[in-house]
Ligand binder design. Sequence first.
Ligand code: FEO
Length: 391
Amino acid sequence: MNGKKITENIYWVGALDPHLKIFDVVMPTDHGTSYNSYLIIDEKIVLIDTVKKQFQDEFLDNLKSVLGSLNRIDYIVLNHLEPDHSGAIEKLLTFTNAEVIVSKNAKMLLKGMLKRDINPRLVGDDDFIDIGKGRIQFIKAPYLHWPETMLSYYTADKILFPCDFLGAHFCDENIINSINADFFHEFKYYFETIMRPFKKYVIDALNKIENFEIKIIAPSHGPVIMQDPQKHINYYREWAQPKVFDRKKIVICYVSAYGNTEYIAESLKNHFSDKNYSVSIFNLEFADTNSILDEIENADAVLIGSPTINGDALPPVWNLISSCISINTKGKIGAAFGSFGWSGEATKLIVNRLKGLHWKTIDEVLRLHLIVDNRNKSEIISFAEKIEEAL
Ligand code: FEO
């Protein structure tokens, strides 16, 4: 495939990966993806991002199809250093002396990528390069979704290059330069999987570009958004908006082999409901993980219950905690409870895992021996009061 013209001045020169089934090990990509890279041809020539290393030869061919010689590139802007966008930089630099431009947080990452220091130009807010008819304006946008991420905006064509931000894993060569295909599901799923833990930073970035006139969004994955870009920006603002609640919220998630851990969970639910907290309770054997994540994201405290079997908590608990990487749980109050037969390690293991994920844990777990009933009331109440203190 050759480079594709997007506007009079801009070409897509990336790579298509239609057969990709899973991105970054965890994210299913039913429609494959693309690694978008763009050439801006003004008095100076600017390349925005590169592609995954596996596609570098195809990418260099696309560049040559537009430029002839790669030595014509004046600037290479790397908005993000994750290897799906920077993987071709090492080989590209063997063909060109172009100046590399990255955000101030990216210098060490670039050195790690190249295994040498090339002294790139480091930019932040208010920095720009004049390239002829227009300029490239840089916008610092950390944690979208790495610490070094930034956005670039070309003033002549009013086009935003946001890298992963506003992207989608959706591969269709016909939709580069159009939006005839419906990729809303992938656009939303991308936000939920990649951007959701960083909602605060999403809002910060949206505020920074609020007064930019944006006619085209050219992300690093999926379709170039040429129709109604503002609608897509508005979706992000809606999804990232913090929710406000009038009561403190507690989520209780548990598994129970013989109903004893369930007894604790139900007792805690009744205790906190009576005290007018908002309480949601989930048996992890049957509940839908996405629904639980929505609740956990908005919770002030999360109480996790598991019996101990063979010295460990049960897999649904570990699966839930692993799934929490797609939401921001840092600083959330976490506690563990469960009944046990002879060793009872599960609760401590859960708390230690939550601690490792930077939750604010209640280190004193509720660990009750075998059969749990009304005779354990005082221990359950005492555990609940520790959580109330933390709230
Ligand atoms: Fe598409 Fe964060 O890389």
